[in-house]
Design a protein around this ligand. Structure first.
Ligand code: PLP
Length: 491
């Protein structure tokens, strides 16, 4: 059948039944299987592709069309996906992807996304099994972080959002319910290391406290928050009449993977009466490994923890999570009764506490399902081993860098992030990273360490192996020589 004939048949069938379900179920089923096969092939054969490739202008131009009026055949839309979208993804499924902190995803997570979309579940509230799946994951996380039964949890987009919620809960815990009506008076003061993720400052901004209300504390030689400097800052602020209310520790900083001394921070927060929040965006799930968990000691004393299943947990994007020790304080921050959200003793509107009582979202997707599938399909031990393997690879990469005189290691590797540079000017290193990405061999990112531009390899993807790191290093050296020559050739 030609495309025109197929479109004609589809349009005729649609006219017979005006809803949006397939007009031709057998054809849609065959197409669906082909789409599934394509994505399974994509994951299986990912090594044969470049990590990333620049988007050609002609492909980009495909996405400047006017709003389509007429229906298009599903097979054709899928064809466009295969031709113009799939080849130009960021590449974080690929083992050579080591930029920023991106998870690699799993086949199980992908399939669960499809099931969740089929159910089209809205997890804002009401009494249905998807909510129980989210509660199951909350229960597992309470267990993982040794939080009490009264602790609450919530899936959110990512750690940026979870960190924002933490500031709101801490603000509410310090100022009481009135803050929700009257807003924030001046004087609240929170603390985090200068190396904290930028979303912490943004959370202070969005919470109406202003970024100036976040005291940024210097770090020690290992990039961990300087506890003595923190104590001095708190004392200084109290003397100035300010109201310290929150302390943010990081379990795995974005730049170097450093872990603040969480036990010391917990003790200090207790002494000072501060809400102790841990930004564990990727590092918190180190708790899945018996070997790494001891370096996170103190996290179990946090008032709240923010982390992502979509990073080291390998759950497909997005799956951020927020865990709060005092579930009541969490609920009091957000719960907002409304007649149309009345809870009933029976029927679909049953259940006293709904997820919409724990955050700003009323409509919420079923992020819990892909997380539940991933955890069940692989189990804690295997996920923990995968995390350990990333750290082992980071150590091996560190050793290779130390053994290569043309490379300089810029930080001690604590977890899975290795920061190094080719011994040349910053512009050469920036060019090397651009060359690496455009070559499709590997995709590290950059950051600044002690004023120097660093090549940053964040080993998060469960598919990454030593051969990927060897290929990246070989290319760094080759591109480095070439870039230096080019620089010298410029008069
Ligand atoms: C330490 C830290 N905090 C927060 C974030 C932000 O997390 P998300 O991108 O899930 O919002 C990141 C992201 O890499 C991070 O590493």
């Amino acid at each position: 059948m030609s495309t025109a004939q197929r479109l004609h048949a589809v349009t005729a069938a649609r006219e017979a039944s005006p809803n949006l379900d397939p007009a031709d179920w057998p054809a849609t089923r065959a197409q669906a299987h082909a789409m599934l096969d394509d994505m399974l092939d994509y994951i299986r054969d990912i090594r044969t592709r470049p990590v990333w490739q620049p988007i050609p202008a002609q492909a980009r131009a495909q996405f400047r069309d006017a709003l389509p009026d007429a229906p298009q055949d599903l097979a054709d839309v899928h064809g466009e996906f295969m031709q113009f979208i799939l080849p130009y993804a960021a590449g974080n499924v690929h083992p050579g992807f080591m930029g920023w902190v991106h998870g690699g995803g799993t086949g199980e997570g992908m399939l669960a996304e499809m099931l969740a979309a089929g159910l089209n579940a809205n997890l804002g509230g009401r009494d249905h099994m998807p909510i129980e799946v989210e509660r199951q994951v909350i229960h597992w996380m309470r267990e993982l972080f040794a939080f009490p039964e009264s602790a609450s949890g919530l899936f959110v987009t990512g750690t940026s959002m979870a960190n924002l919620l933490s500031v709101l809960v801490a603000r509410h815990a310090r100022l009481g319910r009135a803050v929700r009506r009257k807003g924030v008076g001046a004087g609240l003061r929170g603390y985090a290391a200068v190396t904290a993720h930028r979303c912490i400052g943004q959370a202070f901004d969005l919470a109406g406290l202003g970024t100036n209300a976040l005291g940024l504390v210097p770090v020690d030689g290992d990039f961990r928050i300087d506890i003595a400097a923190l104590e001095r800052a708190i004392r200084r602020d109290r003397d100035a009449g300010m109201m310290p209310f929150m302390l943010v520790g990081t379990a795995g900083t974005v730049d170097t993977g450093a872990i603040d001394d969480l036990a010391a921070l917990a003790a200090l927060a207790r002494r000072e009466g501060l809400w102790f929040h841990v930004d564990g965006a990727f590092g918190a799930l180190g708790m899945l490994s018996d070997r790494i968990a001891p370096s996170l000691k103190g996290i179990e004393q946090a008032d709240s923890i923010a982390f992502d299943f979509h990073k080291w947990g390998q759950v497909p994007y997005d799956a951020g999570f927020f865990l709060v020790r005092d579930g009541k304080a969490h609920r009091d921050t957000f719960a907002n009764p409304a007649a149309y959200l009345r809870r009933e003793a029976r029927g679909l509107a049953g259940g006293e506490h709904w997820p919409c009582d724990f955050g700003p979202d009323l409509s919420r997707g079923f992020r819990a399902l892909k997380t539940w599938f991933t955890i069940k399909a692989h189990g804690r031990a295997r996920l923990g081993e995968m995390i350990e393997r990333s750290c082992d690879l980071a150590r091996r990469l560190e050793a290779r860098i130390l053994a290569e005189p043309r490379l300089e290691l810029l930080t001690r590797t604590e977890l899975n992030i290795v920061c190094f540079r080719y011994r040349a000017a910053d512009e050469v290193n920036a060019a090397i990273v651009g060359d690496l990405q455009e070559s499709g061999i590997a995709a590290p990112s950059t950051t600044i360490i002690n004023g120097k531009l660093a090549i940053r390899a964040a080993l998060v993807n469960h598919r990454t192996e030593m051969r990927d790191l060897e290929a990246m290093l070989k290319a760094v050296l080759e591109f480095g020589v070439r870039r230096e020559q080019k620089l010298r050739a410029i008069p």
